[in-house]
Design a protein around this ligand. Structure first.
Ligand SMILES: [Zn+2]
Length: 169
């Protein structure tokens, strides 16, 4: 199903009226209980539009402290397991083509925290919604250096969401 088809630069306008085909509700780990938000997925003719809105991200006391949080779709299917090493069942980055990071299909731009709030939208043709329903999306404690293998040196998993199709909700 393609909710909007655009061959011009109409994504901003189309998005206002489109319905997402999949959604992930984001919850923080035991150590980061304040994090919550959602990620919406829209299938288009050029790829999937991913829209993220998250609150409660860590706020650094330093002006130049970290407010950039790596953001990836992981291959695993569950956000369970929330101990010292949160969300182990999310496994690694979704990478069906055996590419290096940051060419994994599940690699996304990081979230920029704004006093704990982040909003991000991106178009990616590395997967379809069908590919990622049943997988997970993870926010990490640190930025993504887009170089270190296998996951950009992005630190611990601080929040997780399971990607479900909207019709299945
Ligand atoms: Zn990756």
């Amino acid at each position: 199903m393609i909710p909007f088809v655009t061959n011009k630069s109409d994504y901003i306008r189309e998005l206002a009226n489109a319905k997402p085909q999949a959604i992930a509700q984001i919850r923080g780990s035991a150590k980061y209980r304040g994090i919550h938000g959602k990620v919406l997925f829209y299938q288009t003719n050029r790829g999937v539009v991913v829209v993220a809105e998250v609150e409660g991200l860590p706020i650094s006391p330093n002006t130049c402290g970290s407010s950039v949080f790596a953001f990836h779709i992981h291959e695993g299917n569950s956000c369970s397991g929330n101990g010292d090493m949160p969300f182990p069942e999310t496994k690694g980055h979704y990478n069906p083509n055996d590419c290096p990071h940051p060419e994994h299909a599940g690699d996304l731009p990081p979230l920029f925290g704004n006093n704990g709030y982040a909003f991000m939208a991106v178009l990616t043709n590395r997967f379809t919604i069908r590919n990622v329903v049943g997988r997970t999306i993870i926010i990490h404690a640190q930025s993504d250096d887009f170089r270190t293998q296998p996951s950009g040196d992005s630190g611990e998993k601080i929040a997780c969401g399971e990607i479900v199709s909207v019709s299945a909700q």
